[in-house]
Every structure is written in structure tokens, then in C-alpha cells.
Design a protein around this ligand. Structure first.
Ligand SMILES: [Zn+2]
Length: 300
């Protein structure tokens, strides 16, 4: 019997068995928030400014705590209490039936922005007329709202990557809700839309987290090709390694797949511009890959 009702990705299991941990890269907190805190959000939350890295939980009438799936909390890499039926991606690379993790056309996706480096990547994508998908952080949206809007204006799809890049399976239900609601509010205040697509930081997701993400109407997006570009700052991975792996993946998967990259720092953006040349101009956005809508709602 398949307890999990899910797929375990071969490639990812392979990586897991080699003791790789799925890591990720979040930019350092530098610039202060510049996006004004909207009056509607003051009216709703009673606050007057954007929160810090631990945003407050604000109850929402469409989020039902009693409908959240039960699963033990775990910190990143501590998987002994995690069972198959929890369908953890970070522990056993488990994919739920409604997770998006690949694409009929090999396509890049970008996490952790917007940053001051994002525009370099936008210019490269424009050269090839590529429309891509950016999973942004709330704390970055309120620091770089013009970069966020420029990314939208150039036709890319904006998805949520939480408010402040926490490893969600280690958080309480209320803390996870706070990470999602503040992310969504920052996207609403910046881009006047509500996101459909969600990517968990560090790939940290199980059926408890999924059951919260779904209540927001969002859909979980993973990947089947990790560039490990966050390692570029270490001595363990060079840009040439990334480019070689992408070339090999493209051949092995016959031009299908979804690539994880980051527009977080200059090294990852520089690598991404070269990956653009390898993957080529025929790339799809996540909604096109999945056959879904761009946003839950767009406000005029
Ligand atoms: Zn990330």
C-alpha cells in the first residue's frame, strides 16, 4: 500500500542518500523597508509598520486551525520523527499529487529576491524574450518594491517564498500562517495581486505545511533540478559545475524540467545569466507548466 499517495523523486533520493542537505540562500537583511505600510493593513492588523523576521500571527476567518493536518515539528535535517505519510520533501523528497515539480519545457525559476541584482537577470531574460517565475520574500518585497514591480511589468510571474525565509516544518501552525499572510500582504501592497504559487524555503514542506498553504488557495512548487547555486560562495561548487550539470540534465531529461536558482546575490545572478544561454529562449512560467492561473486575484 502506498501510504504516502505521492512520488519520491529518484534523483532527489539519490542526493539525499549521498548526505546532501537541501540548502537555500536568503539575502542578508540590509536595506530598510521603503514600501509604505498601507492603511488597509493598519485597519486590519492594528500595526503601523512592516514586521521584523518573526511576524505576528493575525487570525483570518478563512483559515481553519482544526483542518490543519497533524505532523510532528522538525528542524532542518532532523528527520527521525518524520513518517512516510507526512510526505516530507526536505526529509525524503516526497512529492504530493498537487505539488508542481517539473515542466514539459525546461524552465528556470528564481527564489529569494527581489534584490539589487535582480535587474541584471531581468535584462538577460528580456534579451531572449523569456517569461519566468520569481518566488519572492516579503521582507525583500518591502525593501525593493520597484524591483518587484519592474519584474511584473516585464511579464514575469510572482510567487510567494514566505515573509522571512524560515524553515516551515519547525514552526507552529500559527507561525506558518504568519509567514504566509505577511508574504501575501506584502505582494498585495506591492503588486496589487494575490499569489497562486508558493515555494517553501529550503524545500521545507510536509503535509501539515501543505494543508496550510492550500487553505490560502496557493499551490506548492518544488523543482527537479537544483543548481546548488547557493554553494557558489563556498569552495565546494564553481560556476562551471553548475553549467555542466544543467547541460547534462537538459540532455538526460530530453529538454523537460524545472530548475531552482536564486536572484539573491551577484554570484547566483551571474551564473543564472549563463544558464539562460544553455536552456535557451523556449521557457515557460510555472502556471504554464502546470496548466494553472497566474494569480488568485488581481486588483485593478
Ligand atoms: Zn529561498
Amino acid at each position: 500500500m502506498n501510504l504516502c499517495q505521492c512520488i519520491i523523486l529518484d534523483r532527489m533520493v539519490d542526493l539525499y542518500q549521498k548526505n546532501y542537505h537541501i540548502e537555500d540562500l536568503a539575502p542578508p537583511a540590509t536595506a530598510a523597508a521603503v514600501l509604505p505600510f498601507p492603511q488597509w493593513l493598519t485597519d486590519f492588523t492594528g500595526l503601523k509598520e512592516w514586521p521584523g523576521f518573526d511576524p505576528p500571527y493575525i487570525p483570518l476567518d478563512f483559515i481553519h486551525l482544526d483542518k490543519i493536518v497533524d505532523a510532528p515539528l522538525h528542524v532542518q535535517g532532523s528527520c527521525t520523527a518524520v513518517k512516510l505519510e507526512h510526505c516530507s520533501f526536505d526529509c525524503i523528497n516526497c512529492i504530493a499529487p498537487d505539488d508542481v515539480y517539473s515542466c514539459p519545457v525546461l524552465s528556470q525559476t528564481f527564489d529569494d529576491g527581489p534584490t539589487q541584482f535582480t535587474t541584471t537577470l531581468l535584462n538577460k531574460l528580456d534579451e531572449k524574450s523569456i517569461k519566468s517565475t520569481f518566488f519572492t520574500l516579503g521582507v525583500q518585497n518591502v525593501k525593493y518594491p520597484e524591483v518587484y514591480r519592474e519584474t511584473m511589468r516585464r511579464g514575469h510571474i510572482m510567487g510567494s517564498h514566505t515573509w522571512s525565509h524560515k524553515f516551515l516544518p519547525s514552526l507552529t501552525n500559527e507561525q506558518i500562517i504568519a509567514q504566509l499572510e505577511w508574504s501575501i500582504w506584502s505582494m498585495n501592497a506591492t503588486g496589487h495581486h494575490l499569489p497562486k504559487w508558493f515555494r517553501p524555503p529550503f524545500g521545507g514542506i510536509d503535509n501539515r505545511v501543505r494543508s496550510i498553504v492550500r487553505q490560502f488557495g496557493m499551490q506548492n512548487v518544488l523543482w527537479d533540478m537544483d543548481t546548488f547555486d547557493w554553494k557558489l560562495g563556498t569552495n565546494t561548487r564553481k560556476e562551471a559545475d553548475i553549467l555542466k550539470d544543467v547541460r547534462e540534465f537538459k540532455v538526460k531529461k530530453s529538454g523537460k524540467g524545472m530548475i531552482l536558482e536564486h536572484d539573491a546575490v551577484s554570484a547566483t545572478v551571474n551564473a543564472a545569466t549563463k544558464v539562460v544561454d544553455i536552456v535557451g529562449s523556449n521557457q515557460w512560467t510555472v502556471p504554464k507548466c502546470a496548466g494553472g492561473i497566474d494569480y488568485i486575484k488581481v486588483f485593478a
